[in-house]
Design a protein around this ligand. Sequence first.
Ligand code: NAD
Length: 426
Amino acid sequence: MKISVIGAGYVGVVLSAGLARLGHDIILVDINEEKVKTLNEGKAPFYEKGLDELISEVKDKVKATTDLKEAVKATELTFICVGTPSRKEGYMHIEQIKEACLEIGLTLLRKPEKHYVVIKSTVLPGTSEECIKIISEVSGKKFPSEFSFAMNPEFLREGNAVYDFFNQDRIVIGSTDKEIVEKLREVYKGIESPILETKFRDAEMIKYANNAFLATKISFINEIGNICKKLGVDTNIVAKGIGMDFRINPHFFKSGIGFGGSCFPKDVSALAYKATEKGYAPRLLNAVLDINRDQPMKLLTIMDNKLNGDIKGKNIAILGLAFKADTDDVRESPSLQIIKELLLEQANLHVYDPSAMESVKKIFPHLNYTSTAQEAIDNSEIVLLLTEWPEFTELNYGDKHVIDGKNVFDTDKAHLRSKNYEGICW
Ligand code: NAD
C-alpha cells in the first residue's frame, strides 16, 4: 500500500521503516529539512538501537519530503505522528495535530479518491472527533463516506523501538468506521499480534492509562525503595520477590532517579490536568508525579552526605545523559535536573554519554564533555551513574565514590561494584 507518514520523530521514523519492511511504499514528511536530507541519505535522524540498519535496508521504499500535500495526494492512507507537547502544569498542545489535519483537509479538497487518516500521536479523548471536524470543514468531505479516520496509538519503547514494532503486545484500532479498521489490518499484515477494535475515545484513553500505569509502577517501587533505604533493605531483592507474583510481574520494577523521556512525564501530567479540568482530583496520578519529581534529589542527598555538604569546586563525573540506554533522547532526563542542581552548587562537572552529548551541548554548551567515560572518572572524586549504559559496568572506578541512580550495578552485577559504591535505593 502507498502510505504517507507525517512527522519524522521517533514514532514516525520507526513506523515508516517498519511498514517499509512489511512491503509498503512510504512517503515520510517533516517540516525539518535537515531530517529529510538525513533520511534521504538512508540514515536515521537520531540514535536508536538497530534503526540505522533498518533504514538503510529499506531506503528504496522510504522517501522523505517536506511537501505534505504532495505526500497525501500520492498515497492512500496517512499516519499523523507529529508531537503533542504539554506545558509544565500538564496542558497538552495539539497545534501540530491541528495543522496537519488542516493541510490534509486542503489536499482532500482536490483529491477525488477516498483517503484514510490515522492518528498515531498520543492525544486526549475527544481529539479524534476534533480532527474529523477540521478535515471535514476544510475539505467539504463527509466522514466516513468520503474520508475515513482512526486512532491507532503507539506503544513503542525508546531504546527497543525497532524490536517493538515487529513484536507488538497488541494493536489498538479505534474508529466507528469498519472500512478503515480493515485497511489497518491490511497495513499490519505480517505482524503477529492481537488487534483490539475500539471506539475513538477508548483508543485514546488506553494509551494514557497504559503510560499512567507504567509510571505508577516506577513511582511505587521508588517509594518502596526510599523506605527500604531507611530500613537498610535492598530494594532490588524486594522487587525480585514481589515481581515473582504473577499478578504483579517483574517488569518496570527498577528503583532509581525516576522516569523521564518524552512520554511518561508529559502524558501523566496531561491526564492529571484534564481530570482536574473536568472536576476530578487525580490523587494517585499527582502522587506519582510528586514522587518522581523528588527522586533525583535523593541521589544528591547521598552525595551531599559523602562530601559533607561541601560541593563547591568538587570534581564530579556525570556518566549518562540520555533518559535511558540505547537512545540519545534527553527529553525530561533526570540527568539534566541533576546537572542544573550541581551547577547551582558550583561543582566542576566531567560529563560523558556514549550517544547523547551532542543534544546536551545545545542546552549546556560550557560543560566539560570528556571523550571517554574513564576520563570523566579519572578526573573526579565522585561518580554519578545516571543512565544504565551496559558499558559503565566495564570501567575502572578504583576507590572513587560511586553513586548509582539507575541500577547499573544491579544485584546480578553486585560483584563488579567498586568498594565505595552506593545505590540510591539499595
Ligand atoms: P517528536 O517531537 O520527536 O517528532 C515530531 C516530528 O513532527 C518532528 O520532527 C516535527 O518536526 C514534525 N512535525 C511537526 N509538525 C509537522 C507538520 N505540520 N508537518 C510535518 N512534520 C511535522 O515526537 P515523537 O517522540 O515521535 O512523538 C510523536 C507522538 O507520538 C507524540 O504524541 C508522542 O507522545 C507519541 N509517542 C511517542 C513515543 C516515543 O517514545 N517517543 C512513544 C509512543 C507515542
